[in-house]
Design a protein around this ligand. Structure first.
Ligand code: FAD
Length: 116
């Protein structure tokens, strides 16, 4: 049982990291196509997330809080807010979404170019 919860936690940590880092790299001024791509990704992610109970819970959160894809800032803040909803349910600490920009970097060579 302990082993399973460790695996589930690791999957969660990796998934959140990917999700938040994607948001940090999402265009500041996305095209309609880029907005649709992010929206689709989030819904498909919620369907395909390998922990079934987590996926079901996340779909319920999405129904109440649809993905915000109009810009990097709105997408990042949306992801932070939905992660906090999950944190609250799991009785974890609430993250300060004002600190999201400094936390998620991709280590990509072109990070500076994509900043603006
Ligand atoms: P995590 O929540 O994994 O967070 C990792 C790190 O991200 C934290 O240490 C912190 O530095 C940072 N962080 C925390 N909050 C935020 C935030 N709001 N915005 C940005 N960064 C933040 N587990 C279950 O047991 N039941 C579930 O129903 C469930 N549903 C999930 C649904 C989804 C979509 C995902 C991705 C994961 C889900 N998980 C679920 C896993 C759970 O959310 C945690 O990932 C896991 O419990 C490990 O928690 P953690 O304390 O290591 O921190």
């Amino acid at each position: 049982h302990l082993k399973n919860s460790t695996i589930k936690a690791e999957l969660g940590q990796s998934s959140w990291k990917l999700l938040h880092t994607m948001m940090a790299r999402f265009p500041e001024h996305p095209t309609q196509d880029e907005k649709e791509a992010l929206r689709s990704f989030i819904y498909l992610f919620s369907r395909l997330y390998p922990c079934g109970e987590c996926a079901t819970e996340f779909q319920a959160i999405l129904a109440k809080h649809p993905p915000q894809v109009s810009s990097r800032e709105t997408a990042s803040q949306w992801a932070c807010a939905v992660h906090n909803i999950v944190n609250k349910r799991l009785q974890k600490e609430i993250f300060d979404c004002g600190k999201i920009t400094e936390k998620y970097k991709c280590g990509c060579d072109d990070e500076k170019i994509h900043k603006s």
